[in-house]
Design a protein around this ligand. Structure first.
Ligand code: ZN
Length: 509
């Protein structure tokens, strides 16, 4: 006697979930090895480790595109079977199908070659950045760009070649939409930046650049992470050249920061930023664990969470009404004569700086527009990698009026390209825009928002974000989230309004 169809579906579903879990397992191992490489693994082991990373990634990849997976996808998408699946299982099947189709188009040996190449390149990049050696790094970057171009051919050109890359990080986002959003944003921010530059009320931030003991910086950063609700039993903070967050599973979401002895807030704001990413991943609904839905829905929404915590909360006046006293206590002599107002204005000083991750909230978007334009030139307009430093320096001069003195402070400053992450940078500005739109809604729905922050009562905010955004993981799309939470599609005016209001007050315009 054969099993009832209902029982058969249950059995198949269990086996399918097992396969999906196994794939996640490989990626968890790879994630841990990447974390280890960047937080203190011995340099001499890096080459062998890169090979291992390539090998394990390939195993995970092979399962994603296996015949076994193909059979399950075919089975579960049959109408009479799909009808018996619940909403969650349907979404898991849909996500696996998307991954399958995307990955099936790239030959497995190409994928392995790329994993090994980028693992090597990331290690070499750290050294190249330290020594400002673009020429030494150039052959690797050239190879990475060439492979990305090949991948675009495999995946199919969507609109323009660069569209294919943008879509990987922000589903349904296009170069056409980005051009429009960025031009709208630029038209409101550029005049604001110009007015600020001309203002006579420039905040003095020299006191932020005394010598600040690193172990005190670390203690204060850990305290703030705890206050925002980062769960140290489900994560840890280490140090790396470039701060990052990595989610191994919802019970192990790690972050890093980078300390500068002569800057009291650089590491702190990195902690808040990566902490924002981590809160998202730590609070994904437990029912999504072991599935491809147990992560942030897109890079843009992810960045909205890091930027919300770093800037909209961490660089707000109420936040420092509560925490400035604590900061002063950690660094007695250096900050004892600084007032709260002086400190608040100093951390929000608008400056035409060279380094993106240290840029203020306002000019930050210009750093992104530069990278967005350069990437478009690389993939759509035939810009050669060897000309990158020249183009980079020219754009910094044009947009920010400064020229990097060396490539370490210029074109080599970001980790992204060494990992092949082209198309990612736009997410940072999208994140700012999503965040400002979320903030507008938070203020409407939680009228005590500012009071709570001034009291250090940050957990209700984390709860609200969990309820509206975090818990859904990837089970909702970016545009479903922004529309569900705020009632409208992405609108860059919220960011422009927020920045205008904040900076006009600070600069007394
Ligand atoms: Zn980030």
């Amino acid at each position: 006697m054969s099993l009832k169809m209902e029982d058969q579906v249950k059995i198949e579903l269990e086996k399918f979930r097992e396969l999906v879990g196994k794939i996640r397992g490989y990626y968890e191992a790879v994630g841990l090895m990447h974390w280890d490489l960047r937080t203190g693994a011995p340099r001499k082991g890096a080459e062998f480790r890169s090979e291992t990373i390539g090998m394990l990634s390939t195993e995970g990849f092979k399962l994603q595109i296996s015949d076994e997976m193909a059979n399950y996808l075919e089975y579960f998408t049959k109408t009479e079977i799909a009808e018996q699946l619940d909403d969650l299982d349907l979404k898991i099947v849909k996500e696996c199908k998307k991954e399958y189709e995307l990955n099936k188009l790239i030959p497995a040996e190409k994928f392995q070659e790329f994993s090994v190449l980028t693992a090597h390149a990331q290690t070499l990049w750290e050294k190249a950045k330290e020594t400002s050696d673009f020429t030494g790094f150039e052959p690797y970057l050239t190879k990475i760009v060439a492979m990305k171009q090949e991948f675009i051919d495999y995946l199919g050109v969507k609109g323009t070649r660069y569209d294919t890359l943008v879509d990987m990080y922000e589903p349904d986002m296009t170069v056409e939409k980005l051009d429009e959003i960025f031009s709208k944003l630029r038209s409101r921010l550029v005049p604001l930046v110009e007015t600020i530059r001309a203002s006579a009320n420039q905040p003095d931030n020299r006191f932020l650049h005394q010598i600040f003991e690193i172990d005190q910086q670390e203690k204060f950063g850990l305290f703030i992470l705890e206050q925002m609700g980062y769960d140290f039993e489900a994560g840890r903070q280490d140090e790396s050249v470039h701060p990052f967050a990595t989610s191994l599973n919802i019970g192990d979401v790690r972050i890093t920061t980078h300390y500068l002895q002569d800057d009291v807030t650089s590491a702190l704001f990195s902690s808040l930023h990566e902490g924002g990413h981590a809160l998202y991943e730590q609070n994904v609904d437990v029912n999504l664990v072991g599935t491809p839905l147990a992560e942030g829905t897109s890079m843009g929404i992810h960045e909205s969470q890091s930027r919300l915590w770093e800037n909209m909360i961490g660089r707000s006046r109420p936040f420092w009404e509560r925490y400035f006293g604590d900061l002063q206590q950690h660094f007695g002599p250096q900050l004892k004569d600084v007032s709260l107002e002086e400190f608040y204005r100093a951390i929000n000083r608008v400056e035409n700086s060279l380094i993106r991750i240290e840029a203020d909230e306002l000019t930050y978007n210009l750093h992104i527009i530069i990278r967005y334009e350069i990437e478009k030139m690389l993939f759509n307009e035939g810009l050669s990698v060897k000309d990158l430093p020249e183009v980079w320096n020219a754009k910094y001069n044009e947009y920010l009026g400064i020229t990097p003195p060396n490539d370490g402070l210029g074109v080599l400053q970001d980790v992204h390209w060494s990992g092949g992450d082209f198309g990612y940078f736009a997410s940072y500005s999208l994140g700012n825009m999503y965040a400002a739109q979320f903030l507008h809604t938070i203020r409407k729905e939680l009228p005590q928002y500012d009071e709570w922050i001034a009291e250090g009562n940050l957990l209700p905010i984390k709860e609200w974000l969990t309820d509206k955004i975090y818990k859904y993981g990837k089970s909702l799309t970016p545009s479903e989230i922004i529309v569900n939470v705020t009632g409208e599609e992405l609108n860059p005016d919220y960011l422009a309004d927020y920045l205008e209001e904040k900076y006009k007050e600070i600069y007394k315009l």
